[in-house]
Design a protein around this ligand. Structure first.
Ligand SMILES: Nc1ccn([C@@H]2O[C@H](COP(=O)(O)OP(=O)(O)OP(=O)(O)O)[C@@H](O)[C@H]2O)c(=O)n1
Ligand SMILES: C[C@](O)(CO)[C@H](O)COP(=O)(O)O
Length: 230
């Protein structure tokens, strides 16, 4: 039986691309907020030790969360980028003596459709160099020239679309994120930072329903997917 893991949920974004007028993680989705629905995935899960939610410094919505007083849920102040928020979360958990070298999960607040099956795939196995949920590309993948023309076609047999959760040893991840920051490298996921220190994490097949709610149409897709689950 592998050790229960803390999950860090970066939820300090402003949702600029959603353009909702407030942070998208507080949009309603099938009767819950996106954030509450995402937290629900991990509550009372046998493999989850605790849930650390990174909030914006000016977040005034959290007090309305149904999970605000739950014994498994802790909150910390996020940063100006997603990777800053994750690093703050790692530092918070380290200061609370909740983590050391053991692995943590990082899961976007904006991915409320992760299923128990998807979560099991990444928590139930040991991954010496860490792991990410990802889905193999199904469309033909193009890269572009500087003027927005087709530059060429990538071999889609070697293209995966990264999702979350991503799982890495907490101490190594913290140092990798710090190194990326010191090198002014804007990493958009934890795996990118680990690659910078030479790690080759496992690609664990996720579910295409584990979408990141980014644009307004993603909310419609999420609603439709949830309606199919009941
Ligand atoms: N400084 C930031 C930026 C993003 N996030 C979180 O990282 C996740 C993925 O980021 P994204 O989908 O880009 O969310 P936003 O940054 O809010 O969206 P946008 O880029 O459109 O502003 C989200 O749960 C978001 O809340 C975060 O915790 N801290
Ligand atoms: C971490 C992630 O969800 C993997 O696809 C993605 O990189 C987040 O990107 P965002 O621009 O912060 O939404």
């Amino acid at each position: 039986m592998t050790q229960a893991l803390w999950v860090i949920i970066p939820a300090a974004g402003v949702g600029q691309r959603m353009n909702a007028g407030f942070p998208k993680q507080y949009l309603s989705l099938a009767g819950d907020t996106i954030l509450d629905r995402t937290i629900s995935i991990f509550i009372d899960h046998p493999m989850i030790a605790g849930i650390a939610v990174g909030l914006g410094a000016e977040d005034g919505y959290w007090p309305d969360s149904k999970w605000r007083n739950h014994k498994q849920v802790a909150v910390f102040v996020g940063g100006s980028t997603r990777s800053d928020t994750v690093r703050n979360g790692l530092q918070f958990l380290h200061e609370q003596q909740q983590i050391g070298c053991q692995s943590v999960l990082v899961h976007d607040a904006a991915r409320p459709l992760l299923t128990a099956t998807g979560l099991a795939r990444i928590v139930e196995n040991n991954h010496p160099q860490g792991a990410i949920l990802a889905i193999p590309a199904r469309d033909t993948v193009k890269c572009q020239t500087d003027t927005g023309k087709v530059k060429g076609t990538l071999d889609r047999n070697h293209i995966w679309l990264a999702q979350t959760p991503q799982k890495f040893p907490a101490d190594v991840l913290y140092e990798a994120l710090k190194k990326a920051d010191q090198q002014a490298l804007a990493v958009t996921d934890e795996c990118s930072a680990m690659e910078l220190i030479g790690w080759h994490p496992d690609l664990v097949v996720g579910e295409s329903s584990n979408i990141k709610v980014t644009l307004p149409e993603d909310l419609l897709i999420a609603e439709a997917l949830i309606s199919q689950r009941h």
